[in-house]
Design a protein around this ligand. Structure first.
Ligand code: ZN
Length: 195
């Protein structure tokens, strides 16, 4: 019997080989994860045209669904559809884009996912400018959506978790730091209690 970790969510990266160079997996794998997961699935769509598939991801088992700012020309409509389908709605922004771009959509989303690496591959180094981006977003949310959760994805580990939370992050996504650890459950616990 495997001990349950202290993780709150399972973050699932979907890559299509088009919006990002890599290909990960699609609906059938998400369904299988959902069938054994005891925690909500936080599905991060790194795909072109996510609007075509929102309902399919809900049906596959997504509880939280985030779309990239860069992929949704009608972002407000996309966010409303995600919420109407009964999922928490998030918007993701790449490292090169200014978080000020999110001002208009901030009141409507449940969370913002800030990429702290360029999306598409695991194991990349954390981009230091992320701290300033979190601080900016944290001050924007005070006026526009105090309940907004700020999630950070990419290069998160035990060395930066505390500073990320201090900057204003609410949710940390840890991939390599956990999966390359000798004791994943303990690493998750350390990251949580550092933050
Ligand atoms: Zn992700």
């Amino acid at each position: 019997m495997v001990n349950q970790s202290e993780a709150d969510l399972f973050h699932v990266d979907v890559m299509d080989g088009h919006f990002v160079p890599n290909i990960s997996f699609g609906f059938s794998i998400i369904q299988q994860i959902k069938s054994v997961a005891k925690k909500p699935l936080d599905v991060h769509l790194m795909i072109s045209n996510p609007d075509h598939y929102l309902e399919d991801f809900k049906n596959a088992g997504a509880d939280w669904l985030s779309v990239h700012y860069e992929t949704c020309p009608h972002l407000h409509r996309s966010v409303q559809r995600i919420k109407k389908l009964g999922m928490k709605a998030g918007v993701v922004i790449n490292p090169h884009n200014n978080v000020g771009l999110l001002k208009g959509i901030l009141p409507d989303v449940d969370f913002v996912l800030l990429m702290s690496v360029n999306p598409g591959f695991g194991g990349q180094h954390f981009i230091e400018g992320t701290y300033e981006r979190i601080r900016t977003l944290h001050s924007m949310k005070q006026d526009l959506n105090p309940d907004l959760l700020i999630e950070v994805d990419g290069g998160v580990d035990t060395s930066n978790a505390e500073a990320l939370v201090r900057a204003g992050a609410d949710i940390l996504v840890a991939g390599s730091a956990v999966f390359h650890s000798d004791n994943p459950a303990e690493t998750i616990s350390r990251i949580k209690h550092l933050g």
